[in-house]
Design a protein around this ligand. Structure first.
Ligand code: PMP
Length: 402
C-alpha cells in the first residue's frame, strides 16, 4: 500500500484536520501574551484559551474551571501526584502495577523521600479488582492512582468502582486517562474521580499539550514556581496554539465518539479474528472484551516484536511494540532494557516481554487497511520464524516427538 497505514494511536494519533485548521487560523491572528490582560492582544489570546478549555471540559463533562492545561500527560501525572502530596512528609500511595512510567518513576522518587508505595495487582487480563483496592487502603493512604486504559494491552479498568472505594474511605483518587479520553466516553461526574489526566495527542490534537482535571474538593500545590497561569497551578506562558488545537480535536471527537467507538470495535474485531485465523504462535494480551475499541495486542512465541515492526514499517504499516512511548530505536535507555512491566504483570514469560505488538486504530483507519495488514503479516511472520533459532529448536523438538 503506497499510503501510510498508521496503527499507533496510543503513542499519538495523526492530527485531526479540524485541529490543523484551528491552529493554522489561530497562527494568523495577531495575539499577545494571554497574561497581558491590560491590552486587547493579550485578551484575545486568553479568549482562545478559554474557548479551548470549554471544549476540553465539555468532552469529559467537567466544569471549565476544573480543567488545567499542561504540557501533556507526563506533566499532568506529575502535577496530580506531586502536587497533591506536596506538604505531606509521609503516607502511603497506591498505584496499579501497570501504570505508565510517568507514574511509576515518580513513586520511585517519592519512596526515596519516605512515602510507602503499594502496588495494586492485575489479573492475567490486566484488570485490577476494586475489592483488592479496598483491602490495601489504610488510615495512612493519601492517594490512589490507577490508569483508565492501558495503552499496551488495551484493558479498561473499572474506574467508577475504584473511585467509589476511595470515596468511601476518604482517599483522593487520580486516573491517568491518556489512552481513554477520545477512545471511549468519559464523564468525570459519573465516574466520581478527583483528578484525571487528559492527553491532546491521543485524541487528534497536537503533541506537547494536555490537561489535568481537578475537582473542586481537591487542593494541590503547583510543582513549578513562577507565574499565576492556570490559576497558579501551572506557572509559565501557555502553549496557546497547542491548546487551540487540543480544543478543536475535543470538539471534533465529541461529535464522532459514539459512532466511532462502534466502528473501531468492528475494525478491531476483524483484525483480531484475522490474526487468530491466519497467524500461528501468537497470544493476545489484555482483556478480550473490556478493552479499547480498535486496540489489538499480542506477542509471538518465536519472534521479537521490534523485528516484526521493522518489517511492517518497510510495508508502510506503523504500530508499536511494548510501551508506546518508551520504545527508543536510536539508543537503548533503561526503560527498554527493563522489558515490559505490563507484560510481566499479566504473566507473560520474561523471555517474551520485549516481543509484543500493539495495533491501535483511530478515526482515519479503514477496513481496506485491515485487509492489507492481514494480507502481508503472515508472510512477514513466516520469514522471521525461518530466521529464528528458537523456532528452529521448536520445529526440531516437534519432529522428534513425532
Ligand atoms: N500516560 C499514558 C497512559 C501514556 O500512554 C503516555 C504516553 N502516551 C503518557 C502517560 C505520557 O504522555 P506524554 O509523553 O505525552 O507526556
Amino acid at each position: 500500500m503506497s499510503k501510510m497505514v498508521y496503527f499507533d494511536r496510543v503513542a499519538t494519533a495523526l492530527m485531526a484536520k479540524e485541529a490543523v485548521k484551528a491552529i493554522t487560523e489561530f497562527l494568523q491572528v495577531p495575539v499577545g501574551n494571554p497574561s497581558a490582560h491590560i491590552h486587547s492582544a493579550g485578551i484575545t489570546a486568553a479568549k482562545y484559551i478559554d474557548e479551548a478549555r470549554h471544549k476540553v471540559a465539555d468532552l469529559v463533562n467537567a466544569k471549565d474551571n476544573e480543567i488545567y492545561f499542561t504540557s501533556g500527560a507526563t506533566e499532568s501525572n506529575n502535577l496530580a501526584i506531586k502536587g497533591y502530596i506536596s506538604g505531606k512528609n509521609e503516607g502511603e500511595i497506591i498505584i496499579s502495577e501497570i501504570e505508565h512510567y510517568s507514574i511509576l518513576d515518580q513513586v520511585r522518587t517519592l519512596s526515596s523521600l519516605g512515602f510507602e508505595i503499594k502496588f495494586l495487582k492485575v489479573d492475567r487480563f490486566g484488570m485490577v479488582n476494586p475489592d483488592d483496592l479496598g483491602k490495601l487502603i489504610t488510615s495512612k493512604t493519601v492517594l490512589v492512582s490507577v490508569m483508565m486504559a492501558n495503552p499496551e494491552i488495551g484493558t479498561i479498568q473499572p474506574v467508577k468502582e475504584l473511585a467509589k472505594v476511595c470515596g468511601h474511605k476518604g482517599v483522593v483518587f487520580h486516573t491517568d486517562a491518556t489512552s481513554a479520553v477520545g477512545y471511549i466516553p468519559v464523564d468525570v461526574t459519573e465516574l466520581g474521580v478527583n483528578m484525571m489526566t487528559i492527553s491532546s495527542q491521543v485524541l487528534g490534537g497536537p503533541m506537547g499539550t494536555g490537561a489535568l482535571y481537578i475537582d473542586k474538593k481537591t487542593i494541590l500545590k503547583p510543582i513549578f514556581d513562577g507565574g499565576n497561569q492556570e490559576r497558579g497551578y501551572r506557572p509559565g506562558t501557555e502553549n496557546v496554539a497547542g491548546i487551540v488545537g487540543f480544543g478543536a480535536a475535543c470538539e471534533m471527537i465529541k461529535t464522532r465518539l459514539a459512532n466511532e467507538s462502534v466502528r473501531l470495535k468492528e475494525l478491531g474485531n476483524k483484525l483480531w479474528q484475522g490474526l487468530e485465523n491466519k497467524v500461528e504462535h501468537i497470544e493476545f494480551t489484555g482483556h478480550p472484551k473490556l478493552r479499547l475499541p480498535g486496540h489489538v495486542s499480542f506477542w509471538h512465541k518465536f519472534i521479537e516484536g521490534e523485528s516484526l515492526l521493522l518489517h511492517l514499517n518497510l510495508k508502510n504499516v506503523m504500530a508499536a511494540s511494548g510501551s508506546s512511548c518508551s520504545s527508543n530505536l536510536k539508543g537503548i535507555d533503561e526503560h527498554d532494557l527493563r522489558g515490559s512491566h505490563v507484560l510481566t504483570a499479566v504473566g507473560v514469560p520474561e523471555e517474551y516481554c520485549t516481543g509484543s505488538i500493539t495495533f491501535s486504530l483511530d478515526y482515519c483507519n479503514t477496513v481496506d487497511e485491515i485487509i492489507y495488514v492481514l494480507d502481508i503479516l503472515p508472510g512477514i511472520v513466516e520469514r522471521l520464524e525461518e530466521m529464528s533459532p528458537v523456532y528452529a529448536d521448536y520445529i526440531k523438538k516437534r519432529e522428534q516427538n513425532g
